[in-house]
Structure formats: structure tokens, C-alpha cells
Design a protein around this ligand. Structure first.
Ligand code: GUN
Ligand code: ZN
Length: 433
């Protein structure tokens, strides 16, 4: 028997390609087996046909629905304690609640404490990977990456660039560049981490800093670009005012070399058809954040428009504008946002968006998101009877009905266990092993 090899037996479901374009993308074994060796999936199939090839290995029985670990394509760790801040749309909410919260991250110990709490909260919600906004402080990235390394999580982040930010949060083009370069050098190749050049949004960076961001991307072809795009109408008007010759908001980023296959734009609620065409042809993607869009009164993402142009999409919580860390709950809100434009989102597609769809945006889809052999064994055990109502609603339901009920009625309560590379990292019953 090979060292470190183990089986996981249960009901297994994954969707590694977008079912909107690949209707046969759903992979499902009602009684399945995952074979995991040293954290990697080496085989997957029906228990009855696969088990005889692995005689004598230890097998854990997983009582529930096993899906890939959720992947949050856009979230702010520094905003965790300011979730549910009342009263304003985006620009005023930033000024009143968020910028003061981020200033507190000048204190390294505060950053370290929040980074640990944040990653524990992700695991409690079944989220195993994320693309994360920290703060402008370089040590906020160190704190997050240190905590991710401790938990062996696949996390991507990068220091915020915001030289036009308020006092106490503004960097400079040169310091932003130098600190980003130092972070890339310090963290490249460590654990399961990845770097993203992170200008906050067009309004908080000078032209010189947007140019720096473009140069960093050009110099480091393995890193991502992560920013906000066309979230709120007043934001869009301010961008149009500042960049009167730009064709649209996306074009502002395009002029600085920030639109490419490794670019992840959060929101995209107010996009022109031209911007969608450009997103699709460049391979850039949108992290759709329906909970945040509802909370800040930003509007509803136009799934039909994005699909008509073939724009890549994934799912993000955008906590602290988002109101939940749960990508199950966020998938349920994505359904409601899509339906507001009479465009129902299939529950298997919603699962795709929260797993392999986000993984594709983050360029980690070769490693995670599909529970395919060769990938890392990050997965979640879902409890379809997590609440009395869920139990009643799913008792005689089909797989699609159960999955939809989990998305509409479920949240962190439905996460029975979260596994990182085959190790239990969160157990609702109290003992992670
Ligand atoms: N746009 C610029 N900064 C932010 C932020 O922190 N949250 C959201 N939702 N949008 C932004
Ligand atoms: Zn955001």
C-alpha cells in the first residue's frame, strides 16, 4: 500500500466546465470514491468499479454531498469586521466605513489577527481558495500569506495600489511599485500562494500609478490583475468625468495595459456591449458579486449580456460589501439577480461559477475546482438536512432540486466539513483532523 494514500467514499458532484456552453459538464457519482495520495486526487469513479483497484487502503465514509471547495473570486479580508455597515452606496460607504477600517491595518498585529480570523471564516463556509483584497500596507499581504501558508490554502492577493486614496491610506507610484516587486519576490513559489497586482479602482490611482500596474503585469507574466469595474452609477460617472476620452470604464484600464487573460474585474454591473466584447476577446473575467450589489444598491449583474458576448464569469462574495462569506448563499442570490432580468440560472451552473468558474478566472483551474484526477483534494461535505426546512425540502428531491435548495436555503450551516488537500480543516462537529 502506497504511503499517504486514502479513499473518500460518498455522493460526489462537480462541474468543471460551464454548462451554459458544455451541457455534459456535470460529473456525478451517487456512490463515488475519491482516491487521494499526498493531497492530490489520483483517481475518481464509482465506488464499486474503482475500489477493487485499491485493496486495503483506509476509506473515510462521507455522509452528505461532496463538491469541490468553493472559490471566492473577490473578497476583502480587511473589511470583515465592518460587514453590515448601514446607510450608503459605494463612494460614501467607502469614506464612512471602509477607509477608516483599512487604516487600522497600519498595525501589523491587527493585520495578523484579522488574517487568521478571515481564513477560519472561509473554511467554516466551505471556501478553500480566494482572490483577496488586503489593504495598501505591504505587511497586510504578509499577514494573509503567512496565515494561508499555515493552513496550506490556495490564496491569491497583492498589496492595494491607491496613490489617490485618503490620508493614511495613500501610497505613491514608486513606493507601490517597489513594495509590489518586493512582495512578488518574497512570496513567489511558496506554498499554494499567488500574487495579484491590485489597483483599488480607477478613481484611487493616478495615471502614473495605473502605468506602474501595467508595467508590473508586463514584467511578471505569471501574476494576476485584480480590481473593481463599473460597480455603481455614481462611480461610473466620476470615471467618465476624469477620463473624458476613454470609450468606457474598461477602456480606462485597457489604456494602461490592464486588460488581458489574467485580469479579474469585480462587479461589471454597468457594462457597455463594447466592453463585453473586449472582455471576451481579451479573456479577462468578471467576479460577479450579487450579495454586494444588492447591499450597496449597485444593481443586478446582466448574465444574459455577458453570455451573449461569451464573457468569462466566476462568483465572489465581496465581503464587507457582501453580506455573507457563504458561496452557497451567494449562488442563491446570483439566481435571484439573474431572474430579475428573466434569465434563470441553473443550479449546476451556479455550482460551476462558485468552483471551477472562479478557478478559471484565477488561473488555478489546473489545480482545483473540478475534483478531477491530478488536482488538489480541496473539497466540501454538504449537509442537505442542515436545518429542519432544508431537510423537509430535500427529503424527496432530485439532485438538481437538492442543489438549488442548498443555494437558496443554505449557508455556513450546511458545511459539515471542509478538506484542504485531503486533510479535514473544518468540522462542524468540532474536531478537525
Ligand atoms: N471599489 C473600490 N473599492 C471598493 C471596495 O472596497 N469595495 C467595493 N465593493 N467596491 C470598491
Ligand atoms: Zn470589492
Amino acid at each position: 500500500m502506497a504511503k499517504g494514500i486514502k479513499g473518500f467514499r460518498g455522493e460526489i458532484l462537480s462541474v468543471s466546465r460551464d454548462p451554459h456552453r458544455h451541457p455534459d459538464a456535470v460529473r456525478y457519482e451517487p456512490d463515488g470514491l475519491l482516491i487521494v495520495e499526498d493531497g492530490l486526487i489520483v483517481a475518481r469513479g464509482d465506488y464499486a468499479s474503482l475500489a477493487p483497484s485499491y485493496p486495503g487502503i483506509p476509506i473515510d465514509h462521507l455522509p452528505g454531498l461532496v463538491v469541490p471547495g468553493f472559490i471566492d473570486a473577490h473578497v476583502h479580508y480587511a473589511q470583515m469586521d465592518h460587514i453590515a455597515s448601514h446607510g450608503e452606496q459605494l463612494l460614501d460607504w467607502l469614506d464612512r466605513h471602509i477607509f477608516p477600517a483599512e487604516k487600522a491595518f497600519a498595525d501589523r498585529a491587527h493585520a495578523a489577527s484579522l488574517a487568521n480570523l478571515f481564513l477560519d471564516e472561509l473554511l467554516r463556509n466551505g471556501t478553500t481558495s480566494a482572490l483577496v483584497f488586503p489593504t495598501v500596507h505591504a505587511h497586510s499581504v504578509d499577514a494573509l500569506f503567512d496565515a494561508a501558508l499555515d493552513r496550506n490554502m490556495r490564496i491569491l492577493s497583492g498589496k492595494i495600489l491607491m496613490d489617490l486614496g485618503p490620508d493614511g491610506l495613500a501610497d505613491m507610484p514608486e513606493s507601490g511599485r517597489d513594495e509590489s516587486e518586493a512582495l512578488i519576490r518574497r512570496w513567489r513559489g511558496r506554498g499554494r500562494l499567488g500574487y495579484a497586482v491590485t489597483p483599488r479602482f480607477a478613481l484611487t490611482s493616478s495615471d502614473a500609478q495605473l502605468q506602474v500596474a501595467g508595467a508590473l503585469l508586463a514584467d511578471h507574466p505569471d501574476i494576476l490583475l485584480h480590481t473593481h469595474l463599473a460597480e455603481n452609477l455614481r462611480e461610473c460617472a466620476a470615471v467618465a468625468d476624469r477620463f473624458p476620452t476613454a470609450r468606457d470604464y474598461l477602456d480606462v484600464y485597457d489604456r494602461f495595459g490592464l486588460v488581458g487573460a489574467r485580469s479579474v474585474f469585480a462587479h461589471g454591473v454597468h457594462l457597455s456591449d463594447h466592453a463585453c466584447t473586449r472582455l471576451a476577446e481579451s479573456g479577462a473575467g468578471i467576479a460577479v458579486c450579487p450579495s454586494s450589489n444588492l447591499f450597496l444598491g449597485s444593481g443586478f449583474f446582466n448574465f444574459g449580456q455577458a453570455d451573449a458576448h461569451g464573457v468569462r464569469i466566476g462568483l465572489g462574495t465581496d465581503v464587507g460589501a457582501g453580506t455573507s462569506f457563504s458561496l452557497l448563499h451567494t449562488a442563491g442570490l446570483a439566481y435571484q439577480a439573474a431572474l430579475s432580468r428573466d434569465y434563470p440560472l441553473d443550479p449546476f451552473r451556479a455550482l460551476y461559477l462558485a468552483t471551477a468558474g472562479s478557478a478559471t478566472l484565477l488561473h488555478i483551474d489546473d489545480r482545483v475546482g473540478g475534483l478531477e484526477p491530478g488536482q488538489e483534494a480541496d473539497f466540501v461535505l454538504l449537509d442537505c438536512a442542515a436545518t429542519p426546512l432544508l431537510a423537509r425540502r430535500t427529503a424527496k428531491a432530485t439532485l438538481a432540486e437538492r442543489l438549488f435548495a442548498l443555494q437558496i436555503l443554505g449557508d455556513d450551516r450546511a458545511i459539515a466539513r471542509t478538506y484542504i488537500m485531503g486533510q479535514c480543516a473544518w468540522n462542524r462537529q468540532g474536531t478537525a483532523s
